[in-house]
Design a protein around this ligand. Structure first.
Ligand code: ADP
Ligand code: MG
Length: 253
């Protein structure tokens, strides 16, 4: 069973501190949701863990199975088992999904090692069957003219092929229709299991009706200020975030 430990993490962008001492442990099999108002540092957290070069980790630790990943470049972190689902996926006209995924897997192999083509297609088709994706889908160019739902299907298939230990999913729920939400949810629910920990970042409770989280955390001003179970998400949906701000203010006073 894998485990991602985030310990007292501080992250800055252009000398401005955005994540201000955040701790969280995600074990294999667990789904953690982070909710919080806009601008609170949720995307910054996921990009910093994935190794985005614009985000500077000024202190704290991120351990994957007990080993620090902070010295690793983004591609090495991906190879170690961290998967970041992009909020705004890119289009790659002219490159089919099948070839893109093959290149992504090839990139993880050591120099001189080649992906075995028949083994690759066997695995691809097995994952597509698992996720109920039509065979025709992978001959299309990556995200080229895709609907929101098709982009999500592509992303979920990529995740299934890469078999990460930890998936960081930063969702723009606002841009997703119900079909796209279901695609993400069905994919994650299918892959859920001891080998996979999930960090689901979401602004709205809606996604959590489909992917029921084990834990819900509220992030505010760069920190986790409250944690609970799925009921916390319902409470936030009903009451907004102001009561949490008030709680924090009265705790300080
Ligand atoms: P959230 O995902 O919770 O809405 P973000 O992590 O995107 O929050 O942003 C947190 C803060 O960091 C915001 O004030 C935002 O303006 C700032 N920020 C995010 N990315 C950048 C960037 N690349 N350059 C400068 N400031 C940024
Ligand atoms: Mg964000």
């Amino acid at each position: 069973m894998s485990q991602l430990e985030i310990k007292n993490l501080h992250v800055s962008i252009a000398d401005k501190e955005i994540v201000k001492g955040l701790s969280l442990t995600i074990k294999g099999g667990e789904v953690h949701a982070i909710m919080g108002p806009n601008g609170t540092g949720k995307s910054t957290l996921s990009k910093a863990i994935a190794g985005h070069p614009d985000y500077t980790i000024t202190s704290g630790e991120v351990l994957l199975d007990g080993v620090s990943i902070l010295e690793k470049e983004a591609d090495e972190r991906a190879r170690a088992g961290i998967f970041l689902a992009f909020q705004y996926p890119s289009e790659i006209p002219g490159v089919s999904i099948a070839n893109f995924l093959r290149a992504a897997l090839q990139a993880r192999l050591a120099d001189g090692e080649e992906i075995d083509a028949s083994g690759y297609y066997k695995r691809l088709y097995a994952k597509m069957d698992l996720l109920k994706i039509d065979r025709k889908f992978t001959s299309r160019a990556v995200n080229d003219g895709f609907s929101g739902g098709e982009k999500k299907r592509c992303e979920i298939l990529q995740m299934a092929m890469l078999e990460p230990k930890v998936a960081l999913m930063d969702e723009t729920d606002s841009g997703l229709d119900i079909d796209a939400l279901r695609i993400v949810a069905d994919g994650v629910n299918t892959m859920r299991g001891p080998g996979l920990g999930v960090l689901l970042i979401t602004h709205y409770q809606r996604l959590l009706d489909y992917i029921v989280p084990d834990y819900v955390h509220v992030m505010y001003d760069g920190r986790i200020v409250k944690s609970g179970d799925k009921n916390l998400a319902h409470e936030l949906e009903a009451k907004g975030y102001d009561w949490i701000k008030k709680e924090l203010a009265s705790a300080k006073a």
